[in-house]
Design a protein around this ligand. Structure first.
Ligand code: BGC
Length: 417
């Protein structure tokens, strides 16, 4: 990481004083927020920046989970022309920081006291070598289920709290003639479902497998059980699942074609955009067996080294705007995520948002908050991609049983390290 001299930092602090008054530069922002709910949230950010005189140059790269966006980013950095700000997750941030291409946000993070209000689990990725390199905009989590209230009512069953109850509800939905599970067959979506299945095997197990990459956990009985459950879930999706975008799967639940979707809370943004409300059109529950634990993925904006004082000023102004408590509330209410700061009131959030905020705080206190494997907070990209490959192969029937899939995962992760 290229270090900033003290003089540079204080020069930035000085210029930042002027930034909120008049930031002349535009920011070019690379992101993958192209679905309806995501675009609505992005507008909250654009408008907030516009009020401060910061113009927006859009660089959207569609594709949930951000893989396509990261490929586009590599091309821009290789060409020596990185965007000003980039939506990024977990280990990708650290990887770019290691290459010394990220800017330094200390000039705003310090005076604004980010150290005291951003959870340590996020800071581990927002900072490198003791310096702030990214501004977290939210905290999403992956272990949620989004259920059509009408479809659930029709089953006559309660919202499931255990695996067996989940299966009973899915079976009943099938009997009722709808697709029980809305799913998009893309590796990152398969992996998002698998996050929950592994977490449901136990919090220590999730950590051992996906954070510590312990070969015994990766190839062991609990992993085999999680894969067997994945194969079971596979039997509840429709024939056209392959390649479907996640927001189209959400739409199936919204329009009553499907019963539920296992997805991160960005799905809530789609339900809200469609005019549905928690407890009325849809309900949100933690994936059965994962109550009390949270697998998080926080979207962060990493700022690249750019030339020109005005550009740096705009980056710092953007970072500051992102961390403002009122923006954190306004943005996350629409996005489906929860604030990346611990001091933002939950007043404006709906019931799912309030639950998300409470769950995050409790998991943080209880040591049951873990980075999401599926969204780049478990391990670096090479391991994540190797894990995706095995999960997707399993979902598509390449292994006869969970035990063979677990054995393949252990080998794939070893080879990727
Ligand atoms: C991001 C979310 C995004 C989702 C689907 C996740 O990796 O964290 O912000 O909405 O992908 O695109």
């Amino acid at each position: 990481m290229r270090k900033m001299t003290k003089g540079m930092v204080s020069a930035l602090a000085l210029t930042f004083g002027l930034a909120s008054v008049a930031a002349a530069e535009d920011v070019e922002v690379l992101h993958w927020w192209t679905a309806g709910g995501e675009a609505a949230a992005l507008n909250v950010l654009k408008e907030d920046l516009a009020k401060q005189g910061i113009g927006w140059v859009d660089m959207p790269v569609a594709g949930g989970g951000g893989e396509a966006a990261m490929t586009a980013l590599s091309a821009r950095v290789t060409a020596g022309d990185p965007p000003t700000a980039v939506q990024m997750l977990g280990f990708d941030i650290t990887d770019w920081a290691e290459q010394g291409v990220l800017g330094n946000l200390d000039a705003v993070a310090g005076p604004e006291g980010w150290d005291n209000v951003i959870p340590a689990a996020l800071q581990a990725f927002s900072k490198y070598d003791g310096h702030w390199i990214a501004a977290p905009v939210n905290v999403h989590s992956t272990n949620w289920v989004w259920i059509s209230k009408a479809a659930l009512d029709k089953t006559g069953l309660a919202a499931p709290t255990t695996w067996d109850e989940l299966i009973a509800v899915l079976d009943k939905m099938k009997e009722n003639g709808i697709t029980p599970l809305a799913h998009g067959g893309q590796p990152w979506q398969d992996a998002t479902v698998f996050d929950s299945l592994v977490l449901a095997q136990g919090t220590d197990f999730y950590k051992a497998a996906f954070i510590d990459l312990d070969p015994e956990a990766l190839g062991g009985e609990k992993m085999a059980a999680a894969f067997d459950q994945l194969l079971k879930l596979r039997s509840y999706v429709d024939d056209n699942f392959s390649g479907r975008d996640w927001n189209l799967a959400s739409a199936m639940v919204i329009n009553g074609e499907a019963g539920m979707q296992v997805m991160g809370d960005w799905a809530k943004g789609e339900f809200l955009k469609a005019g549905q409300k928690p407890g009325e059109g849809f309900i949100c529950i933690r994936f059965p067996g994962t109550q009390g634990a949270v697998t998080f993925n926080a979207d962060q904006f990493a700022m690249f080294n750019v030339k020109g004082e005005e550009k740096v000023k705009a980056q710092l102004a953007m970072a500051s705007a992102i961390e403002s408590p009122s923006f954190q509330s306004a943005f996350n209410v629409v996005k489906g995520s929860v604030p990346a700061r611990t001091d933002v009131p939950d007043t404006d959030f709906d019931d799912c948002g309030k639950k998300g905020i409470k769950d995050l705080a409790e998991a943080n206190t209880n040591g049951t908050l873990f980075g999401s494997m599926a969204h780049g907070y478990g391990a670096p990209a090479a391991v994540k991609n190797a894990t995706y490959d095995v999960i997707t192969a399993a979902f598509n029937g390449e292994y006869t049983d969970g035990a063979s899939a677990a054995a393949a995962l252990k080998d794939a992760v070893a080879a990727a390290q």
